[in-house]
Design a protein around this ligand. Structure first.
Ligand code: SF4
Length: 374
């Protein structure tokens, strides 16, 4: 099982919290799409001809792609890669781009899952984050997507914003439940250094995230979604039955993926690599038929620790047999005392060879994973 990720490195404006790779000038978008097509052809052997089950257009803002852009990329993928009979094809988009016409085009070209960046249904908060849409645009976009035929829609929300309160968060959650998307991703704000928020933090214009406040907002999230049919299959991701993101689940299960475009990462079971996070250098490299990337070398210890961090966040948990066979690590023996201790505290349990966090344990997921690091 393998996945394809296509990075579209353009955004209309920079959201104040975002440190993904993008530029705001879309002058070269045609050239970029052509380069992505060339890279797709050049990389067709990277996954060892494994069947591709998922395609994910991320960014940046893939909803800036035009009809012809998407057609070109999909044509190459269909031609050069072995696709499963019904692949999950996700496109990330922002409400301000997703017009009826765009949504119709995307749907007709095989996009069958939308991930809409809503972030909040509060206009003041949206403005404060420098988002380009309003609450009503987000709601209208959702209904338009349904009208077009999208039956698998994910909406994103951010919590723990400074200068906000639990009532605002609760009203965001009530609004999302009223729409009832198949999938909800909800992340705690992190303030990254190279962002507007990072800059404001340094200048003392905003306060750091209050961890207790963030934990309370996380508990409100769990309480509000509980009993509404959503399964928390990863700490920040909730899905109605059968609607888990197959693409992201594959990342968390240590499966292969190929990332195309500037800054995209890849993993083929043997090594990882990252394309250069610079549009100019990427275009130049591809123009010379040389993909500009660097190999990321992870020691076996780093690989185990990364697997612990990601797998413990999921409902499937950490596969003890995988650790033994792939990395020669016997966690049950080496961490016997600690695991017994946290099992008694009702933070973790073992089920058929998997270590799984309880709801209480999920609140401490990163700490528990790091305590188990080798
Ligand atoms: S959050 Fe999305 S739209 Fe905003 S700057 Fe980042 S990638 Fe672009």
């Amino acid at each position: 099982m393998a996945g394809l990720y296509i990075h579209i490195p353009y955004c209309k404006k920079a959201c104040h919290y975002c440190d993904f790779h993008f530029t705001q000038s879309i002058k070269q978008i045609d050239e970029m799409v052509d380069a992505i097509c060339v890279e797709l052809e050049m990389q067709k052997d990277f996954l060892g001809h494994d069947t591709v089950y998922t395609i994910y257009f991320g960014g940046g803002t893939p909803s800036l792609l035009g009809e012809e852009h998407l057609r070109k990329i999909m044509r190459i993928i269909q031609h050069e890669y072995s696709l499963s009979s019904n692949p999950e094809v996700t496109l990330e988009g922002n409400p301000d781009d997703l017009t009826l016409q765009k949504l119709t085009t995307f749907f007709e070209q095989g996009i069958n899952r939308l991930s809409i960046g809503v972030q909040s249904f509060n206009d003041e908060k949206l403005k404060w984050m420098n988002r380009q849409h309003s609450k009503s645009e987000a709601i209208d976009t959702f209904h338009t997507a349904r009208q077009v035929g999208f039956e698998n829609i994910s909406l994103d929300l951010i919590y723990a914003l400074p200068h906000t309160n639990h009532d605002i968060w609760l009203s965001d959650l009530k609004q999302i439940l009223a729409l009832r998307p198949e999938h909800i991703s909800s992340y705690c704000l992190t303030i990254e250094p190279k962002t507007a928020f990072g800059n404001w933090l340094q200048k003392g214009k905003i306060k750091p995230i209050n961890e207790d406040f963030a934990a309370e907002q996380f508990e409100i999230l769990l309480d509000t979604l509980s009993g509404r049919g959503y399964d928390q299959y990863e700490i920040s991701n909730f899905a109605l039955p059968g609607y888990e993101s197959q693409h992201n689940s594959a990342y968390w299960k240590d499966e292969k993926y190929l990332g195309i475009g500037p800054s995209a990462h890849s993993y083929n079971g043997k090594f990882r690599k990252a394309n250069v996070a610079n549009n100019g250098k990427y275009l130049k490299g591809i123009g010379e038929r040389q993909i500009p990337f660097e190999v990321i070398t992870l020691s076996p210890e780093d690989q185990v620790n990364e697997y612990l961090l990601t797998s413990l966040r999921t409902k499937w948990g950490c596969d003890l047999n995988l650790l033994k066979v792939k990395y020669d690590v016997d966690l049950l023996s080496s961490q016997k005392h600690y695991l017994n201790k946290i099992a008694k505290e009702d933070l973790i349990f073992e089920d058929e060879g998997f270590l799984i966090l309880t709801d209480k344990g999920k609140l401490l997921a990163d700490k528990i994973a790091s305590d188990l690091f080798i």
